[in-house]
Design a protein around this ligand. Structure first.
Ligand SMILES: Cc1ncc(COP(=O)(O)O)c(C=O)c1O
Length: 599
C-alpha cells in the first residue's frame, strides 16, 4: 500500500463541540458556522423533504414548473415547437467552452436555464407534429417515470428497487402472455433503447453459440444474419460487441413486401454450413418505420432448424427486432368478425394482416420492444424480452459480488450489461400497459391507421400528388408532390417501373427534397398557410429502389418521399387537409424560386 505523506504542520480537526456548534436546532447554520456548513444548510432547504407534511421544495418547484411548462406550450393553434424563440441559441464548438461557477447558484435561475433549453424544441405534443415515430408520452407513464427519479429506484437488484421490481417483472410478464410464451418461464430487462435490445440479442447469440467467448474473447468469425431492411444499428452492435461489422450478412428482401427473402436466406445457410461457419444470431425485423415489413419469423425458424450450427457450437439465437412494430401484437386475437371497436372496413384487413404477422413472433428466442415508439411512453423505455429466463440468465451469470447482497428473488446484477439501471423505463411501460389495457392500445393504433387512410384518400383526389406506399401495412404515409399539371400517379409509375423514367425520377427526387426542406424551414420559422402554422414533417431519401434497380446497382435510382406519421391523438381531419395544402404551397414556392433562379 502507498504511504500517505503527512504535512509537517499539525492537522486541525474540528472538535466534536465545534462541529455541533455549526448548527441550530432546526438544522440551519449558525452565523459563525464555516462556509461549507452554510452551503450545506442552504442545500437542505432546497432538497426534497425526507418527511411528509412540511413545506417541500420539490413540491414547490413542481408547482412552479407546471406553470413554466404551460408557458412553453404555444397558444391554441400555435406552431409545432415549444416557447417563443425557435432559433438555435448556441454555436458550436464555442458552446463547450463553459466553466463551473465558483459559488452555488440560485435554484430558480438554474431551473429557468433548464426551461430555456426547451425553447424551440419540436413539440411532440402538437397535432402538427408528424415527422417520425416519436409520440408524446402518456400522462400515466410520465408520472410513473418521474417517481423513479424522485425515489431513485435502481433495478440493479432487489435491495435498491424492492417492490418496484414488479414493474420490470410484470411488464415482462404481460408482454410474454401477449406473445404467447409461458410468462413464468420467460424474463425481461429494460435497457438503453432499441439499439440496446439489439446488442443484448447479439450477446445472447454469441454467448450461446461461442460459450468460451465470455472468458477468452471472440475467436471465431460467427455470423449475424439480418435482412437488408434491418435497422442500421446492426453496425453499432456488430462493432461494439467486438464481432466486427464484416461478420454481418444481409439477406435480400422482397421488393414488394420488404420481407427477408427465404430463398436468399437458404443460399446463405447452405454456404455457411458447407464452410462450417457458425451463426450467432439471426435477426428478424418485425416492423420498420418507413416501409412496414415483418420478416416471416416462423419460416425462418423452420429453415434454421434444417441448417444447425456445426458441431461444437451452440444453437443460433433468433432475435426479433420488434421495437417499432411490437404493438401490432395487440391485434393477434382481435375479433375481426364482431369488430367490437368498430374500425372501418378499410383498415380491418390491415389490422388482421399485421396481427397475423406478429402472431409468429412467438418463434423468437428474444424480442426487442420500445415503449417510447408506438407505446406512447417517454424516453427511454425499451424491453429486451427472452423466452427462456433460466437459460439466458444462467448463460450470462457472473459470480458473487462482495458489494451487493441478495435481498429479493430477482437479481439482474448478475447477468445484465449495465450495473445501475434506472426503473424509469420499466415504470413507464408498466403504467402504459395498465392504463391502456388491450382496447385502449388497439384504439390508439387503429386510430393512426384510420388517419393514415384518410390522408391517403385526400392524396388520391389531388392530381399532382401520389402516395408511394399504398401497399404498406404500416402507420406512415409516404408521398410525392409533382409540378402542377403533371399527372402524378402516371408519372410516378413511369419513374418507378421504366428505366426511361430515370432522369425524371431524379429530377422529382430533388423536388421532393426541396419541398421537404422548405416545409422544415416553414415549421421552424413559424410560417402560416391559410392562417395556420405549417406541420412538422420529414422526408426519406430512399425508402425503396425502383423496379429496374432491384440489385441496387445505382444509388440514384431510389424513391424520395415526404413523410407524415400522424401519431398524435389530437390530430383532426382538418389538420390532415391542411397538410396537403401546405405541401402544395411549398411545391409552388420551390417551383417559383427555380423559375426565378433560371431567369
Ligand atoms: C427497427 C428498429 N430497430 C432498432 C432501432 C433503434 O432503436 P433506438 O433508437 O431506440 O436505439 C430503431 C429506431 O428507430 C428501429 O426502427
Amino acid at each position: 500500500m502507498n504511504k500517505v505523506t503527512q504535512p509537517t504542520a499539525a492537522i486541525r480537526h474540528a472538535s466534536r463541540l465545534a462541529h455541533e456548534g455549526h448548527w441550530k436546532a432546526d438544522g440551519s447554520a449558525n452565523s459563525k458556522a464555516p462556509k461549507w456548513a452554510k452551503y450545506r444548510a442552504e442545500m437542505r432547504s432546497e432538497f426534497p423533504l425526507p418527511y411528509r407534511g412540511g413545506k417541500d421544495p420539490l413540491a414547490e418547484q413542481i408547482g412552479k414548473f407546471v406553470g413554466k411548462l404551460d408557458m412553453l406550450r404555444p397558444e391554441k393553434g400555435g406552431p409545432a415547437y415549444l416557447g417563443d424563440n425557435a432559433e438555435l441559441t448556441w454555436t458550436y464548438p464555442e458552446v463547450k467552452d463553459v466553466k463551473i461557477a465558483q459559488e452555488m447558484g440560485p435554484i430558480d435561475d438554474v431551473l429557468n436555464g433548464v426551461v430555456d433549453m426547451f425553447q424551440g424544441l419540436g413539440n411532440w405534443g402538437s397535432p402538427l407534429t408528424m415527422c417520425n415515430v416519436l409520440p408524446q408520452g402518456n400522462t400515466a407513464a410520465i408520472m410513473a417515470s418521474m417517481m423513479a427519479q424522485v425515489f431513485a429506484a435502481s433495478l440493479i437488484e432487489g435491495e435498491y428497487s424492492w417492490n418496484v421490481q414488479r414493474a420490470e417483472l410484470e411488464s415482462a410478464g404481460m408482454l410474454s402472455n401477449l406473445v404467447g410464451w409461458d410468462a413464468q418461464k420467460a424474463g425481461g430487462l429494460f435497457t438503453f433503447g432499441g439499439t440496446g435490445c439489439w446488442l443484448y440479442g447479439v450477446k445472447y447469440g454469441l454467448t450461446r453459440v461461442l460459450p468460451d467467448s465470455r472468458k477468452k474473447g471472440i475467436r471465431t468469425d460467427a455470423k449475424i444474419i439480418c435482412s437488408e431492411q434491418a435497422h442500421y444499428c446492426q453496425a453499432n452492435c456488430s462493432d461494439w460487441s467486438g464481432l466486427g461489422e464484416d461478420n454481418v450478412i444481409r439477406v435480400k428482401t422482397d421488393i414488394a413486401t420488404n420481407q427477408m427473402d427465404l430463398i436468399d436466406l437458404e443460399r446463405i445457410l447452405k454456404e455457411l454450413t458447407a464452410s462450417k461457419t457458425p451463426i450467432a444470431v439471426v435477426v428478424c425485423t418485425m416492423g420498420t418505420t418507413d416501409s412496414s415489413c415483418f420478416d416471416p419469423i416462423g419460416k425462418v425458424r423452420t429453415l434454421l432448424d434444417r441448417y444447425p450450427n456445426p458441431k461444437g457450437f451452440g444453437k443460433t439465437v433468433i432475435y426479433a427486432d420488434a421495437v417499432v412494430g411490437w404493438s401490432w401484437i395487440y391485434f393477434k386475437d382481435y375479433d375481426f368478425i364482431g369488430n367490437p371497436l368498430g374500425f372501418s372496413d378499410r383498415i380491418l384487413p390491415i389490422l388482421k394482416q399485421n396481427g397475423e404477422m406478429m402472431k409468429e413472433i412467438e418463434h423468437a428466442d428474444c424480442i426487442g420492444i420500445d415503449f417510447h415508439k408506438v407505446g406512447y411512453a417517454p424516453y427511454i423505455s425499451s424491453l429486451f424480452l427472452y423466452k427462456d429466463a433460466d437459460e439466458f440468465e444462467s448463460l450470462h451469470r457472473r459470480g458473487q459480488d462482495a458489494y451487493l447482497q441478495v435481498r429479493t428473488p430477482f437479481n439482474p446484477m448478475y447477468y445484465t450489461l449495465e450495473t445501475s439501471r434506472t426503473a424509469q423505463g420499466a415504470l413507464a411501460a408498466w403504467a402504459t400497459l395498465k392504463y391502456f389495457g388491450i382496447e385502449g392500445f388497439q384504439a390508439l393504433l387503429g386510430g393512426i391507421l384510420e388517419t393514415k387512410y384518410y390522408l391517403y384518400d385526400l392524396l388520391e383526389k389531388e392530381p399532382d400528388m401520389v402516395c408511394v406506399n399504398a401497399e404498406d401495412t404500416g402507420l406512415i404515409n409516404l408521398y410525392r408532390v409533382y409540378p402542377k399539371g403533371v399527372d402524378a400517379k402516371a408519372q410516378y409509375n413511369k419513374e418507378l417501373t421504366n428505366p426511361g423514367g430515370r432522369p425524371d425520377l431524379i429530377k422529382h427526387n430533388h423536388l421532393t427534397e426541396a419541398v421537404g426542406n422548405l416545409l422544415f424551414e416553414w415549421y421552424r420559422t413559424g410560417k402560416k398557410i391559410d392562417g395556420q402554422f405549417t406541420p412538422w414533417m420529414s422526408f426519406t431519401t430512399g425508402f425503396r429502389t425502383t423496379e429496374y434497380n432491384r440489385d441496387e446497382h445505382d444509388s440514384d435510382e431510389v424513391v424520395f418521399a415526404l413523410k407524415s406519421f400522424p401519431m398524435n391523438p389530437y390530430v383532426t381531419p382538418e389538420i390532415m387537409k391542411h397538410v396537403v395544402r401546405c405541401v402544395q404551397a411549398a411545391r409552388d414556392d420551390v417551383m417559383k424560386s427555380r423559375v426565378l433562379a433560371a431567369a
